[in-house]
Ligand binder design. Structure first.
Ligand SMILES: Cc1cc2nc3c(=O)[nH]c(=O)nc-3n(C[C@H](O)[C@H](O)[C@H](O)COP(=O)(O)OP(=O)(O)OC[C@H]3O[C@@H](n4cnc5c(N)ncnc54)[C@H](O)[C@@H]3O)c2cc1C
Length: 398
């Protein structure tokens, strides 16, 4: 197992750190440590401008192949980039759904026309995307989507009707990729299509969902004769499941590895408060802090183990990656509980108007969702059992 990065990688680390230090200044200085999970409603306009600043520096699409305008970094360098990004406290990325999901999916499954139409806007940080997968009856059981797409030959367009839910950042997005049923008589994963829709059109209504944090980062999205061009289906009608699953592979991929540095920032804050308010002298709290510290180290060594292993021909991480989502989401949920316990009674109070949650209160409330999105903990256990350990598949009704 490789426990360190090469000299070239360390030079790359210094380059990233220097660029961030030089550019997280001026109007961007106040974005430090803002806009992450639970705080995505903050500074949307400034964070859009920050995306464009990153793009100018060549720091969008760091893992994209150079032929698509990306930086073509190795997996190690991508991890370094995400680590330094978090270490510097650079803001939560409003462009992450386009860069991490839509872009790689278009590179893998899109036509040259789709690639040249959509990839440059993602790279430039000027066109933001959202993900139209989940519906009221289709979350873990995604194949149950009911949203429909029919081809209107007179209009020469696809016409979409239905509803999505939990659509993160739909209110900020310019485009949405949508799974919809192209064959109205089909069930399950057959008969689906994968569509690219502009959000700014009369047939789309976005309704924010107010969360327990008091903020609205995700939405309900209603399609009422929404449309997209004939060429805005990725793959053929009926190929939607293959494309949708390819995209989820990117969601569980390398971009999540560097987040450990953000976790370290959060744990450091918990430790600082515990020292300040005396909770660090409580033996049970000390034990829990030590456990969190040790498990964060385990996460890091497991990442290095994955990076040391042979990737498959598409550059995807191997079997060890299957445990990663379950491990980090459970760790983060426990950190939220530790944080609020360390704050003690202070953690139950909002100090003064406008009564905004502190970072750790917000963390405590938000981290439960980590165990849901991108595949719930239960679903992750199914994946580990079936794909990692080769155990029998869970019984299905259809
Ligand atoms: C913060 C956040 C952001 C999100 N952003 C988006 C987004 O941008 N776009 C989008 O499309 N979706 C988004 N989602 C939705 C997310 O993908 C779903 O919440 C997730 O797929 C779970 O679906 P569900 O909420 O319908 O729960 P359900 O699927 O109804 O699950 C309910 C419970 O049953 C359990 N369960 C379900 N099936 C099984 C099974 N087979 N075996 C064992 N247990 C099972 C689950 O683990 C869960 O505990 C987001 C969710 C969150 C929390």
């Amino acid at each position: 197992m490789k426990l360190s990065f090469s000299e070239e990688d360390e030079r790359f680390r210094a380059e990233v750190a220097d660029w961030l230090a030089a550019h997280l200044t001026g109007e961007f200085a106040r974005l430090r440590f803002r806009g992450g999970p639970g705080d995505e409603h903050s500074f949307p306009q400034e964070r859009k401008r920050w995306e464009q600043q990153l793009a100018k520096g060549g720091w969008t699409g760091v893992g994209w192949p150079q032929q698509y305008g990306g930086r073509g970094c190795s997996i190690e360098q991508q991890v370094i980039f995400f680590e330094e990004y978090a270490r510097a406290g650079a803001p939560g990325r409003v462009g992450h759904i386009g860069e991490g999901l839509a872009g790689p999916t278009l590179m893998a499954f899109g036509t040259p026309e789709q690639q040249s139409r959509y990839l440059p806007g993602i790279l430039a940080g000027s066109e933001l995307w959202c993900q139209g997968y989940s519906e009221p009856g289709a979350g873990s059981d995604l194949a149950n989507v009911k949203t429909r797409a029919r081809f209107d030959t007179a209009l020469n367009k696809w016409v979409i009707n239905g509803q999505k839910v939990w659509t993160s950042l739909a209110h900020e997005a310019d485009y949405c990729f949508v799974i919809a049923r192209t064959d109205p008589d089909s069930v399950g994963h057959r008969g689906l299509g994968f569509f690219l829709l502009a959000m700014d059109q009369p047939g789309i209504e976005v309704r924010p969902i107010r969360q327990i944090t008091g903020t609205s980062e995700f939405n309900e999205v209603f399609f009422d004769d929404a449309h997209c061009d004939a060429g805005d289906i990725v793959g053929a009608p009926g190929d939607g499941w293959k494309v949708a699953m390819g995209l989820l592979g990117f969601e569980r991929g390398v971009s999540t590895l560097g987040q450990q540095m953000q976790f370290q920032n959060e744990l450091d804050e918990v430790v600082r408060i515990a020292k300040d308010n005396g909770r660090a002298r409580d033996p049970v709290i000390r034990q829990r802090i030590a456990k969190a510290h040790a498990e964060l180290k385990i996460m890091r060594y497991n990442s290095l183990r994955m990076l040391s292993g042979q990737n498959d021909s598409d550059g995807n991480l191997q079997r060890e990656a299957l445990i990663y989502k379950l491990f980090w989401s459970s760790w983060h949920r426990d950190l939220g509980e530790l944080a609020i316990d360390v704050c003690g009674q202070q953690g139950q109070l909002l100090e003064a108007a406008p009564y905004e949650l502190t970072r750790l209160q917000s963390l405590f409330l938000f981290v439960r969702s980590d165990t849901l999105y991108g595949g719930s903990n239960q679903i992750q256990r199914n994946i580990i059992a079936e794909r990692g350990l080769g155990m029998p598949r869970e019984p299905r009704l259809c």
